[in-house]
Structures are given as structure tokens and as C-alpha cells.
Design a protein around this ligand. Structure first.
Ligand code: MN
Ligand code: MN
Length: 470
């Protein structure tokens, strides 16, 4: 039986109209299986690297296994040489030297490895009503009400008076204790219910429950707090003053899990932006003899605005490129002006339950592939790197040639809100930059959702970019 003939209108529409298609339709069964398999490694990364420090440690080990060496600006490098720079254990740059001279520019992929969370205050521990509690100061853009009554794990470092550092990770193994922030019961929340949602839980109500049994001594005061300090001293050799020089943070204690009857999605803490970190790391490590030098950056501090010396609003990337340029007798700015960058970050996926915040024609959708955002910002494109049509055209050709499934999107409706990425901090240096990432549901919630096909297409997109020979 022959196919029914297409009408002239159908044929013309096929030729002229942009028709996005679901990756579930476009990808073969084999490719879908590859995507699902790829995501097993991603889930491990999510579980092992919940903070920027842990992501750096995890990646540095991987780099060392692949023969990467700490970058030495005094050395000269040959094509195929592999280098990395660890910025204070919280940000990482790694690169593979290309066959072409640096004067022809480098290919940069920049993602961030910090995620919204609950940081401890400097003097966190207190006792109230015979319960031991920790005060927190939230990190990044969080909807505070989402962080109560969920299991939390404590991660971070404590620098003791003698200068030694203690690493902390409690709540990740099945037999570890966990922690939580409490909320009111419905029976007594009549007044709290009248608060607007953004004040449903207030900043100073994000207090973490960490103990309840008193130390057996009639004379000491604050016996529950004392008993917690005793446990901390026995386990870590720390005293209360050591909290002053600590970076401790509470993150969701649960692991990344397949989501949906069809297991097509992953629910986890910290997809933003570890989904771009992992996919770009994996993509780069497959192209260790590149035509053009590629540079992969895992940045810290994006969620608080990229300030601080491990964020991309500092000059550590610029200095790295300057030093790298120096190895070939060049100026950093001449390399940067010729360089191209994918700012690798997530975008907000269309959510059918909350359609009002999106403009459907320019939203990104789960399973429609890697998402390109030409611009971000707020209001009249305030605070945006707006990638040039020429650069977008170039990336479009690279993706299409490599068979990458991709879509474009804005972050929500015009004037609905807005947001930014590290793109503007890299375009400031003179490179061409555009945002590429993965659509995420419930972004910045303790439990975010991505689709496996999109994760895989982002990986393909980064690979096509860093290995492109033109
Ligand atoms: Mn992000
Ligand atoms: Mn974010």
C-alpha cells in the first residue's frame, strides 16, 4: 500500500516551517539506550559531588587518571598535552592543547558546580527547649518553604585553630544520621497560612534539628548542646570555636533516582548545574587530541552572582588564558578575542501545571534536546550577553552537522522575572559566548527534574563544539 500523497501545502510547510520534534521520536532505540546508559554515570556524579568542593575532587581524580598535569605557565606545551588548574579546591579549569596555535582562539565550555543550599552561619549551634539546633543562611535563590521537612545531609570543611582541615560528610550513607528543618503542623498553622508564599517559611526559621538528649550532669547548662559538642569533639576533634572557620552546608540527603514509569527522567538535587558540568566533562574527555585547544571551566559561586575569587566574576579564567597564551608567546586578550564559548547552564522547562509563566512558543520542553538561550537577563534584556546572530549561526551549523537535537528558549515570559548565567562574565573578556544547557523542572528546588534524552543531547552538543575542526 502506498503512502497517501502529500498536498502542496503540506510539502511547502515541510520546506519552510520550523517544526521541533521530540527526541523520543527522533532518536533510535539504540540511541535511547545509549542515553539511558550515559545517565547512570551522571547519577553517580550527582550522588558523589553535591558541593563544589566534592565536584572538584571527583573531577580532579578523573583528570589525573587521564594523564592531566597541573598547569605550569613556565612550560611549553605540545598538541595533545593535558593540563588543569585547581582554584582553591572549589573551581577547576582543565584543557587539552590543540593542533592549531592559540592565536586562532580556544573553545571554552563553562558550567558551574555550586547549587542552592542551606549554609551554616558562623555561630550556628544553640539549644532551645532542650533541642540542639543549627542556624543557617541560605545560599542562592531558594524558595524557602521547599527546604523544610526533607532529609538533609551535612557537607563541608572545618579549619581548626591549628590550621588542619577536617572534611565532613554526614547523611549520605544509609546508616548515617540525617538532619531536618521543621515546619508547623496543619492543626496550628492558621496564622502561618495567612503569610504570602515567599514568607511561608522565613529566613530565620530555617533552623536545623541536630540533637535532643542531654549530657548527664546536673550542673552544666545547655546540656543538649554540650552533648552534641562532645560527640563532635570525639568524632572530629573540634570545639565550638572551630565553626568560626568552617564552611558547612546542608544539602538534600537523598540520591538521584530514575523518575517516571518509563524511567525517562532523573529526579535529584543539584541538576543546576551539575548536569552541564558532567556532560561537558565527559564530552571533553573524549576529545584529547583536538584541532583547537579546548578549555573546560567548572566555576563556583554562580548561584550567588559569581563574585568571590572562585567565581567567574573574578579574573582567574582571564589569568589562566593569559598564562596559557604566554606559553606560545602571545597576549591573553588576543587569544580571548578569537575564542568561542558555550556558557553551559540550565533553563526552565515548560511545566504544564504552571503554564502562565512561560511563553509557549519560546519555552524549552523536556525531551526536545539541548537548549540554546541567545540571551538571558530581565526586563529589556537587562544584564544579558546577547549572542550575535553570526555566532548563533555558527553554533547552529555545528550542532546540525553533528546531529544534535536542540531547541531554543527564553527563561519565561517577558517581564515574568528573569535570571542570568556566567555568559556575561566571559563575553566581557572578548570571547563570543552563547548559553547552552538542559531544560529543568522545579529548578532550584531540593529535588529537580531533567529528561535523560536532554542530558545526552547536551553531552553530544558539547562534544560537537570542542571537537569541531572549522
Ligand atoms: Mn545554573
Ligand atoms: Mn541556578
Amino acid at each position: 500500500m502506498s503512502e497517501p500523497k502529500k498536498t502542496p501545502g503540506e510539502l511547502l510547510a515541510e520546506q519552510l516551517c520550523l517544526k521541533p520534534e521530540n527526541a523520543g521520536i527522533l532518536m533510535t532505540e539504540d540511541e535511547l539506550k545509549q542515553a539511558f546508559d550515559f545517565c547512570e554515570g551522571y547519577k553517580t556524579f550527582l550522588d558523589k559531588a553535591k558541593t563544589e568542593r566534592e565536584a572538584v575532587e571527583y573531577t580532579e581524580k578523573l583528570l589525573q587518571q587521564k594523564g592531566f598535569q597541573p598547569f605550569d605557565p613556565k612550560k611549553t606545551y605540545q598538541p595533545g598535552d593535558k593540563i588543569y588548574l585547581n582554584n582553591r579546591g572549589k573551581a577547576l579549569i582543565f584543557a587539552a592543547i590543540g593542533k592549531r596555535p592559540l592565536s586562532e582562539g580556544v573553545r571554552i565550555v563553562a558550567s558551574h558546580i555550586d547549587s542552592p543550599r542551606m549554609d551554616l552561619k558562623q555561630r550556628p549551634l544553640y539549644e532551645e527547649a532542650q533541642l540542639a539546633m543549627l542556624k543557617t543562611h541560605y545560599y542562592g535563590g531558594v524558595r524557602k518553604y521547599q527546604w523544610v521537612t526533607i532529609p538533609l545531609a551535612l557537607h563541608g570543611v572545618i579549619v581548626k585553630k591549628d590550621g588542619t582541615t577536617v572534611k565532613v560528610s554526614i547523611g549520605e550513607s544509609e546508616d548515617d544520621p540525617i538532619f531536618c528543618i521543621n515546619d508547623l503542623l496543619p492543626h496550628l498553622s492558621k496564622e502561618q497560612n495567612k503569610r504570602p508564599l515567599h514568607e511561608g517559611i522565613k529566613g530565620e526559621e530555617l533552623n536545623v534539628l541536630v540533637g535532643s538528649l542531654p549530657f548527664k550532669d546536673d550542673k552544666a547548662s545547655e546540656k543538649v548542646k554540650l552533648r552534641i559538642l562532645q560527640i563532635l569533639f570525639e568524632k572530629y576533634g573540634i570545639v565550638e570555636a572551630d565553626f568560626l572557620s568552617a564552611e558547612l552546608t546542608l544539602v538534600p540527603a537523598f540520591k538521584a533516582r530514575d523518575l517516571g514509569f518509563d524511567r525517562s527522567m532523573i529526579g535529584a538535587y543539584g541538576h543546576d548545574d551539575r548536569v552541564c558540568a558532567y556532560t561537558s566533562i565527559m564530552a571533553c574527555l573524549e576529545h584529547l587530541q583536538p584541532e583547537y585547544t579546548w578549555v573546560n571551566i567548572l566555576a563556583d559561586k554562580e548561584e550567588t552572582g559569581s563574585d568571590g575569587n572562585t567565581g567567574l566574576n573574578s579574573r582567574f579564567l582571564e589569568h589562566f588564558i593569559q598564562d596559557l597564551a604566554g606559553t606560545q608567546g602571545l597576549e591573553g586578550r588576543h587569544v580571548l578575542e578569537k575564542s568561542q564559548c558555550l556558557s553551559a547552564d540550565v533553563n526552565a522547562a515548560f511545566d504544564p501545571t504552571f503554564p502562565d509563566v512561560h511563553e509557549k512558543k519560546n519555552a524549552c520542553y523536556l525531551n526536545y534536546g539541548a537548549v540554546m538561550s541567545k540571551y538571558t537577563g530581565a526586563g529589556g534584556k537587562g544584564g544579558t550577553n546577547d549572542a550575535s546572530a553570526e555566532f548563533v549561526g555558527r553554533i547552529r551549523r555545528i550542532f546540525d552537522e553533528a546531529g544534535v537535537i536542540w531547541q531554543t528558549a527564553e527563561l519565561g515570559k517577558v517581564d515574568a522575572g528573569g535570571g542570568g548565567t556566567v555568559a556575561k562574565f566571559i563575553s566581557r573578556l572578548g570571547a563570543d559566548v552563547v548559553d547552552i544547557g538542559v531544560p529543568v523542572l522545579s529548578m532550584h528546588a531540593p529535588f529537580e527534574v531533567v529528561a535523560k534524552t536532554d542530558v545526552y543531547q547536551a553531552y553530544k552538543a558539547f562534544g560537537a563544539f570542542v571537537s569541531h575542526k572549522g
